[in-house]
Every structure is written in structure tokens, then in C-alpha cells.
Write a protein that binds this ligand. Structure first.
Ligand SMILES: NC(=O)c1ccc[n+]([C@@H]2O[C@H](COP(=O)([O-])OP(=O)(O)OC[C@H]3O[C@@H](n4cnc5c(N)ncnc54)[C@H](OP(=O)(O)O)[C@@H]3O)[C@@H](O)[C@H]2O)c1
Length: 338
């Protein structure tokens, strides 16, 4: 038996999660059965959706049970394989959780493929978040030459890809980010046409100035006061892929005022298309197409990204809590082992 470490959900948070909602514990890996693969985790992806899994409110996926290992995707090395597709030493990606080791059926693993980019990109720009940006724009936002595309959390893995893909489509990319350092990165390094700081008191008027022709595609990542600034600027027939609402994930607070009348009347008057989506809707049919199209561009540096890599599984709770208020700068990843 291999002795391993994992982070379990100790209790359900009310509002902002705290350290005491998580528990670091040792456990014995179960014996592998036919078809199983035993893996050693190298890098764990931390993503905003995990806040939803900590809650037992009705959602599109089941909650993590109290005492259960926190859900998440990791890059791992195969140490033992009872599955035909894998041998020890293979690098794989799968939903093995916040855990140093795991035993998982090989059918649930994917080989890490990055077209020569660093393997960690398979958790970010070439993984689920990058695919989310690509599929939300391709199937819902559909930016056209000369249109204006706005996106918040613009320095993160989803937003950074949205803006760069919008520019590749010939649209004007307007980023929204928190603080001067993230804003400078979004404009100077990611190449967005312009950027607006949502933490500024002048956010709404700055956004208006940044969008002189209004907004044709708003890729919704955050909700809250950012949505208040965007709503009056939406053009007739604007498309709004609703991807995430991170400002609301911790529940009640100033973000949760009633926006329904203003939102619905704008949808009606401006003939808006508002379409929510979870990337899994498109992944089975289109992930490989995404990887073939964007992989070489990430590997060559044409499409850029930033990673925020924190050492040590034990530091995952603190890093995750910080991400929900914008303390991460780039795709948040926990390095578990060399
Ligand atoms: N639908 C899907 O299938 C799917 C898949 C993946 C991700 N998502 C969603 O996509 C969004 C972005 O994900 P990501 O992984 O790229 O996250 P991320 O950018 O790495 O991290 C979240 C960012 O949200 C911003 N933020 C936090 N609280 C905010 C607030 N109150 N107001 C405005 N901004 C706030 C912060 O950036 P600033 O400091 O710049 O504000 C923070 O860094 C999330 O809502 C996530 O749930 C959806």
C-alpha cells in the first residue's frame, strides 16, 4: 500500500471559505483493479467552479460530500497500469482530486498533449479553461471583424484566451481586470486593445470611454458590479456567453442585489442573446479541434498565458480562497511533486 496525502472537505462554508473548511490527511491508496491506473500527481489545477462543489445547493454537478476529497483535475505520472493504453512514466491528465496519488480507471484519463508547450498549459490555456474560452466564443459569442468584445477576469486563463481569440477574429478586445499590475499585463503583454480596472471608483465611466462603439460580445465571467457597468453599453443583438459569475460564488454580499428588472428590460429592448454554458457541453466533440487549432499558437508564443504556480498540496486551500477574491495572477496551479 502507498501512503498518500489528500485534502478533504471538512465542512461546508458559509460565504467566503476559510482554512477550517479543509482538512489535510494521510490515506492508504486502494488496490488497483483491472483497467485501473495508479498515478502520482504533479500539478493540480485550482478553478473557481470548486467553490460550487463545496456547497450542497442544487447545481449542474454533485457536491463533494463532507469528508470527501476535494474535486479537481491534475497532471500526473503513471506509476502502475492495469489499463492497455498506459504504461509507467506516461504523463496523464484526469480528475484525480486534491491528492498526491490516486487510483483511477484509465478510461477517465487523457494523455497530456501540448504541441511542445510546457505540460502545465494542459491545465490552463490548452486545457479546460482555454477550451471554455474557445468554445464560448465559437458557438455563442461569434465575434466578427470590427466588433467590440469585452471580458472580465482578463488576466486569468479563460479571460486571457477570450481577448486574444477575439483579436485573432479581427475584433477589438476590451479587458477588465483588478488593479494596475493585472491591467498592465492584459494590455502590454496579452495585447488587448484596451483595459479597464474594475477596482477603480471610475470603473463605469472608464468602461464607457473604452467602448466608444458599445459592446457586441460580453463574455460573462464575473457578474456583480462589472455587469452593472457593462449592461448600459450592450449593443442591439449583442451576444453574452454566460460562462461564470465568480463575484457571486461566495453568496450573499453587495454583489447580490436584484439586477433582474434592469437585465430583463435590456435583453428585451436590445434583442440580446444571453446563453449560459458549461464547457463539457462541447468538449467531447470539439476538444481535439481546439487543441489542434490553438496548441501550435500557444507553443509558438503567438497566444500568451501566465501561470501562478504555488508549491505544496498543503497550500492549496489558502491559494484557492485567494483566487475567489482575485489574489491569483494567471492560471492558478499547485505543484505537488517534481
Ligand atoms: N462555464 C464553464 O464551463 C466554465 C469553465 C471554466 C471557468 N468558468 C468560469 O470562468 C470564470 C473565469 O475562470 P478562470 O479560471 O479564468 O479564473 P481566474 O481568472 O483565474 O480567477 C478568477 C478571477 O476572477 C476575478 N474576480 C474575483 N472576484 C471578482 C469580483 N467580485 N468582481 C470581478 N472580478 C472578480 C479575479 O480577477 P481580477 O483580480 O482581475 O478581478 C480573479 O483572479 C469563472 O467565473 C469560472 O467559474 C466557467
Amino acid at each position: 500500500m502507498t501512503s498518500a496525502r489528500r485534502i478533504a472537505l471538512a465542512s461546508r462554508p458559509t460565504g467566503q471559505p476559510g482554512r477550517d473548511n479543509f482538512r489535510l490527511e494521510a490515506f492508504d491508496l486502494p488496490e488497483a483493479n483491472e483497467g485501473d491506473v495508479t498515478v502520482r500527481s504533479l500539478y493540480l489545477s485550482l478553478d473557481p467552479y470548486m467553490r460550487g462543489r463545496m456547497s450542497d445547493a442544487k447545481s449542474y454537478a454533485a457536491a463533494v460530500p463532507i469528508g470527501g476529497v476535494m474535486e479537481g483535475e491534475a497532471i500526473s505520472e503513471v506509476v502502475k497500469s492495469l489499463h492497455n493504453n498506459f504504461v509507467p512514466g506516461d504523463l496523464v491528465r484526469g480528475r484525480t482530486g486534491w491528492s498526491s496519488h490516486a487510483v483511477i480507471n484509465g478510461d477517465q484519463l487523457r494523455r497530456v498533449e501540448t504541441h511542445g508547450a510546457p505540460i502545465t498549459t494542459s491545465l490552463g490555456s490548452l486545457g479546460m479553461p482555454g477550451f471554455t474560452a474557445w468554445s464560448g466564443l465559437k458557438f455563442i459569442g461569434q465575434p466578427k471583424q470590427g466588433e467590440t468584445v469585452a471580458v472580465a477576469a482578463a488576466s486569468g486563463p479563460v479571460g486571457s484566451m477570450v481577448g486574444q481569440l477575439a483579436r485573432l477574429a479581427g475584433a477589438r478586445a476590451v479587458g477588465i481586470a483588478g488593479g494596475p499590475e493585472k491591467c498592465a499585463y492584459v494590455k502590454d503583454e496579452l495585447g488587448f486593445d484596451t483595459v479597464v480596472d474594475h477596482r477603480s471608483e471610475r470603473f463605469a465611466s472608464d468602461l464607457q470611454t473604452a467602448c466608444p462603439d458599445g459592446i457586441d460580445v460580453y463574455f460573462e465571467n464575473v457578474g456583480g458590479h462589472v455587469w452593472d457597468g457593462v449592461l448600459p453599453l450592450l449593443n442591439q443583438f449583442a451576444r453574452i456567453p454566460v460562462c461564470g459569475l465568480v463575484a457571486h460564488y461566495n453568496g450573499s454580499g453587495s454583489a447580490d442585489i436584484d439586477r433582474l428588472p434592469a437585465t430583463m428590460s435590456t435583453i428585451l429592448r436590445r434583442s440580446l442573446l444571453v446563453r449560459g454554458f458549461i464547457q463539457t457541453e462541447f468538449a467531447a466533440d470539439h476538444f481535439d479541434e481546439f487543441l489542434d487549432e490553438i496548441g501550435p499558437r500557444v507553443a509558438s508564443g503567438e497566444v500568451r498565458y501566465r501561470e501562478d504556480i504555488i508549491d505544496g498540496l498543503e497550500n492549496a486551500p489558502e491559494a484557492f480562497i485567494g483566487m475567489l477574491t482575485g489574489r491569483n495572477f494567471g492560471k492558478l496551479i499547485i505543484k505537488i511533486a517534481d
